[in-house]
Design a protein. Structure first.
Length: 122
């Protein structure tokens, strides 16, 4: 857990797809004031695809912009995407770092979710 919490935060305002790892792993999206919003593992998908393409640019019902709209925090998807850019950061832990320590990614995701208790989930 300390590995992901201690990883450098990438602020969504400055984010591009290339600023995120192109490998699978764990992620924790939080507001700049520390509220855990989303957390999870990527499976075979890269962290870049999951975090940038899904949770920032995506419009599917299970992704963060749509969840912010459903919760009444934002009025529409465009407002939600702007809010995320202005108010959120992500911390990532590539799967290879878990593998180095013999930690199963499913167990690490379960632990991350139970400790951070994000507001939104799938």
């Amino acid at each position: 857990m300390k590995q992901i919490l201690g990883s450098p935060a990438i602020v969504f305002k400055d984010m591009t797809p290339s600023s995120l790892p192109r490998t699978p792993g764990l992620y924790l999206i939080s507001s700049l004031n520390g509220e855990a919003l989303r957390a999870g593992k990527t499976g075979r998908q890269s962290l870049s695809d999951r975090v940038y393409r899904n949770h920032l640019m995506g419009s599917q019902s299970g992704n963060l912009p749509a969840q912010l709209v459903r919760a009444g925090r934002c009025r529409g998807l465009d407002e939600a995407k702007t809010w995320i850019r202005q108010n959120c950061e992500v911390r990532c832990l590539p799967q290879w770092q878990l593998d180095e320590h013999g930690i199963d990614m499913r167990w690490a995701e379960h632990f991350l979710l139970s400790v951070t208790r994000p507001v939104f989930s799938d």
